[in-house]
Design a binder for this molecule. Structure first.
Ligand SMILES: Cc1ncc(COP(=O)(O)O)c(C=O)c1O
Length: 383
């Protein structure tokens, strides 16, 4: 019997253990401490951005960014529907409405060609999601946004250290947001960050992160803020991860390259086409299973589960989910690429603790499952 292959596992070493222990022994376990200062500096440098603030997770990072940009009731924010729910939820936390646009069939990221038609007098900005490690095509997105006086927030939760035309994501829009959840390229369990160029935003983001406290007067709160701080204990783990990031990225890239080599030309399996201007971040590897050819993605996933291989369906398009369906239907916009990816997309195990043999096993079982699910003479073969 083959061992179970998990879809994601954090890669934590003696270094993260040592730093976490040092944080505990120092008694600085809340939201002040040397590890926090160090992580924020190192992460900003790594993103080529003058400023980074650590926050409690990737969802609060987006909410904080939108709050700092004064998003409020009556506003609209354009987002792709093919993303994790947090991107849209953060817009609703502000009392605003997400307006969904389709993604490109190649990169699976927000399609700049569909952006302009979604803009209304209520639109305040765009959240460009760098999906599954691939940067969104930022230049046309920024250009259209500038013409209409809109800001762009980058949701880089899934794309830490990816680059767009040689520039690291997180420093391309007004604010970049990141997640350090357990399945991410860098992790501390639950954590996140915001990155930005504009020093004026620094004070506002800091205040909003810390309950609205006045930086010049402790325990005086001139605005309503949130407690979205990260702990020094979590930052200690992130400092370890930052030191080890070259090794983590190298191994994850090897795994992604192996998947691509094995699956690129398999009939019934589709892969994203990486843009020539992108250096992707090796987050979760995903493929599509050819629905029009009659191959059922969920049947393939069940077979893999029977073989002890954990997978995840790609995101259910947000515009089809109960909290967002009615408003989207009222607009009547078609999102065909998003719909197809939602039906056909599957995420495969991607983490540094996997050996090459594990990836070959996943590919062997996936190819066999796709073959078994292929219809024969117009009928589905019985699995
Ligand atoms: C695109 C995207 N945005 C936001 C988030 C939210 O991050 P977190 O889970 O840390 O709140 C995620 C998390 O998976 C994500 O994939």
């Amino acid at each position: 019997m083959n061992r179970r292959i998990a879809i994601a596992e954090p890669d934590l070493s003696r270094l993260e253990e040592e730093y976490a222990l040092a944080a505990i022994r120092s008694t600085w376990i809340s939201s002040t401490g040397e590890y926090l200062t160090r992580f924020e500096q190192e992460f900003a440098d790594a993103c080529g951005c003058p400023h980074a603030l650590a926050v409690s997770n990737g969802t609060t990072a987006i909410h904080l960014a939108l709050a700092a940009l004064n998003v409020g009731p009556g506003d609209e924010v354009i987002v792709p529907s093919m993303t994790y729910i947090a991107t849209a939820n953060a817009v609703r936390y502000c009392g605003a409405e997400p307006v969904f646009v389709d993604v490109e069939p190649t990169t699976w990221c927000l399609d700049p060609a569909r952006l302009e038609e979604a803009i209304t007098p209520r639109t305040k900005g765009v959240i460009a999601v760098h999906l599954l490690g691939h940067p969104a095509d930022m230049d046309p997105i920024l250009e259209i946004a500038a013409i209409h006086g809109l800001w762009v927030v980058e949701d880089a939760a899934e794309a830490t250290f990816a680059t767009y035309k040689g520039r690291t994501v997180g420093g391309l829009g007004r604010i970049g947001t990141f997640s350090f959840f357990g399945n991410k390229v860098l992790t501390c369990g639950e954590g996140g960050a915001v990155t930005f160029q504009d020093p004026v935003l620094a004070t506002r983001l800091r205040m909003l992160r810390g309950q609205g406290m006045d930086p010049r007067q402790r325990y005086y709160f001139p605005i309503v803020g949130f407690n979205y701080r990260l702990t020094n204990l979590a930052a200690a783990i992130l400092c370890g991860q930052m030191e080890r990031r070259a090794d983590i990225l190298r191994r994850r890239r090897e795994i992604v390259a192996l998947y691509e080599a094995r699956l690129r030309d398999v009939p019934g399996i589709g892969l994203r086409t990486d843009a020539e201007w992108a250096v992707t971040s090796p987050w979760m590897f995903a493929a599509t299973i050819d629905g029009p050819a009659g191959i059922d993605r969920d049947a393939v996933a069940r077979r893999l589960a029977d073989d002890g291989i954990e997978t995840r369906p790609l995101f259910v398009p947000i515009h089809a989910l109960p909290p967002y369906r009615a408003a989207h239907n009222a607009r009547g916009t078609e999102l065909p690429v998003t719909g197809r990816l939602g039906r056909e997309g599957i995420m495969l195990p991607t983490h540094t603790l996997l050996a090459d043999g594990d990836i070959h096993q996943v590919c062997d079982r996936l190819i066999a499952a796709v073959e078994a699910a292929r219809p024969v003479q117009g009928r589905l073969r019985v699995a």
